[in-house]
Design a protein around this ligand. Structure first.
Ligand code: AMP
Length: 490
């Protein structure tokens, strides 16, 4: 990524929930079901009182039971008042309203002497109102463990005024993401993504093509050959709404609608584009015949898409057009792409990406800033590398230092540091080993050479280097060691 002039950005592991809700969209599975969200506060005593009230089922005709409920409510109100005045709980109109409500419910309605006479239904109504008001109290702001990083990168871009910097901002990140999932192979609750984003005023197709080229170069560096790059254009605010209406009209036709599953039926109204990425086998034949967005693009989008394909050809990046590759959110536009790999099995999506020209503005940033990015699933990427079995997944040492004898140890420590300073990977055993055992250990560690330092070497000031591949041994003067390893690693 650095060779394509992308710089690393590190964003926080958690952000305000609102950021993800707005940028990813409340309708999506990620936001509606998969985010790890919690209230950011240290008011555990209030939380305890609230939970006790919420789970409590008081009997309407037991005055003591009812009194305990009232005491809990009063105690929650006074705890909340204290926390608010100390600035530990947000002072919001919603919280003030909920507290007023609780005071009123506690004082007026549920006084003990009246309760015995109160009917069960009336009491249940009051108890429900108490639960609703208690549930409405917000002890702290909601924060979420990031389910993806684009929103955070765009937030950072806006917050740090990166549009003032010269040229496009080309940023990459690597790090953990969190989604509530049922863990299985290739799908985890904490997983890792490697991603990149380009933000700036231009949406030239060359930007899209260079980003995609970089991604394919990364895969090829890791010798993953079996993958498919799918591309599509999903139009823009001018042409997409017309296409969506056309699609909706088509899907509403009784002969089609009746054959759709429950999810797709719902999406015909809420988000017909998402019917396109249904995985249900019985819907595939229908989807094949639906109108394709690529045939309904406006002139600008059509030109952009044609240029993208030319740019990919120019860069010798093979691609497959897939009219089914869609994204349901308004700020996504034009280029979308996905990389799948058959060697991954069921979870075959390795990477997804696309243009999101409206996102910066949606999140409160300057007008006219466009963006494109991708996120590659690092866990699946590593699975694919291991499946391809071409790259050794573990690092091996260059030099294993076999030292024997007390006087050899300080020399070993010193030389380990010198060689490490020259960027060699050096393994220095912490305790002395017999020569044979040291050789065995070096072999198992996959070391290329063993540097032998024993009494003879100390006396003669000539070290011994043994190459493990062919067993050849050489004597090297200590002051020649750095040169020796430099020439060997070239
Ligand atoms: P998305 O952000 O959903 O477009 O996902 C981008 C890529 O991240 C996918 O193609 C997967 O490779 C990877 N990914 C998404 N969710 C998970 C998960 N729960 N576990 C492992 N990898 C995931």
């Amino acid at each position: 990524m650095e060779s394509y002039n992308f710089g690393e950005i590190r964003t926080p592991i958690f952000e305000e929930t609102e950021l993800f809700a707005r940028s990813i969209g409340g309708e999506t599975d990620v936001v509606s079901k998969e985010m790890y969200t919690f209230a950011d506060h240290s008011l555990s005593h209030l939380e305890w009182t609230r939970n006790t009230i919420l789970v409590r089922r008081s009997a309407h005709d037991d005055p003591i039971d009812v009194k305990i409920l009232i005491q809990l409510v009063d105690s929650l109100v006074s705890q909340a008042e204290a926390a608010t005045s100390e600035g530990e709980m947000p002072k919001t109109p919603d919280n003030a309203r909920a507290l007023d409500r609780l005071r009123a419910l506690s004082e007026a309605t549920l006084l003990v002497p009246q309760t015995a006479a109160m009917g069960k239904e009336e009491f249940e109504l009051c108890a429900n109102q108490i639960r609703a008001a208690v549930g409405a109290l917000k002890f702290g702001d909601l924060i979420t463990l990031r389910p993806e990083a684009t929103a955070s990168v765009v937030r950072a871009y806006i917050e740090h005024g990166m549009q003032m910097r010269p040229g496009d901002q080309k940023l990459y990140y690597i790090g953990p993401m969190f989604r509530r999932e049922r863990p299985q192979k290739g799908r985890y609750r904490q997983f890792y993504q490697i991603g990149a984003e380009v933000l700036g005023t231009s949406d030239a197709p060359a930007i899209d093509a260079e980003l995609i080229e970089m991604l394919t170069v990364l895969l090829e560096h890791c010798q993953i050959e079996k993958y498919t790059l799918l591309i599509n254009s999903i139009g823009c605010a001018n042409c997409r709404p017309k296409y969506v209406e056309l699609l909706r009209a088509e899907l509403r036709k009784p002969e089609i609608y009746e054959r759709l599953g429950a999810d797709s039926k719902r999406r015909v109204e809420t988000n017909p584009l998402r019917v396109m990425d249904s995985k249900l086998p019985e819907e595939q034949e229908i989807i094949e015949k639906l109108p394709k967005i690529s045939e309904h693009l406006c002139d600008d989008c059509k030109t952009h898409y044609e240029k993208l394909k030319k740019e990919l050809d120019l860069r010798k990046v093979p691609f497959t057009e897939s009219p089914r590759l869609v994204r349901g959110l308004d700020y996504y536009m034009r280029t979308t792409f996905e990389i799948t790999s058959p060697i991954l099995g069921a979870q075959n999506a390795l990477c997804g990406g696309g243009r999101y020209d409206g996102l910066v503005e949606l999140l409160g940033g300057p007008k006219g800033i466009k963006g494109i990015g991708f996120a590659l699933g690092e866990d699946r990427f590593i699975d694919a590398i291991q499946e391809a079995k071409k790259v050794h997944p573990t690092r091996t040492a260059d030099v294993f230092i076999a030292w024997m004898g007390e006087s050899a140890y300080p020399v070993a420590v010193r030389l380990a540091r010198v060689l490490r300073g020259e960027k060699h990977i050096v393994e220095l055993p912490p305790v002395e080993m017999k020569f044979r055992k040291a050789l065995e250990r070096a072999d198992k560690a996959g070391a290329r050479c063993v540097l032998i330092i024993g009494d003879d070497e100390i006396a003669s000031k000539q070290l011994t280097v043994k190459r493990l591949a062919d067993g050849q041994q050489e004597k090297i003067a200590e002051d020649q060691l750095v040169n020796y390893f430099a020439s060997k690693s070239n």
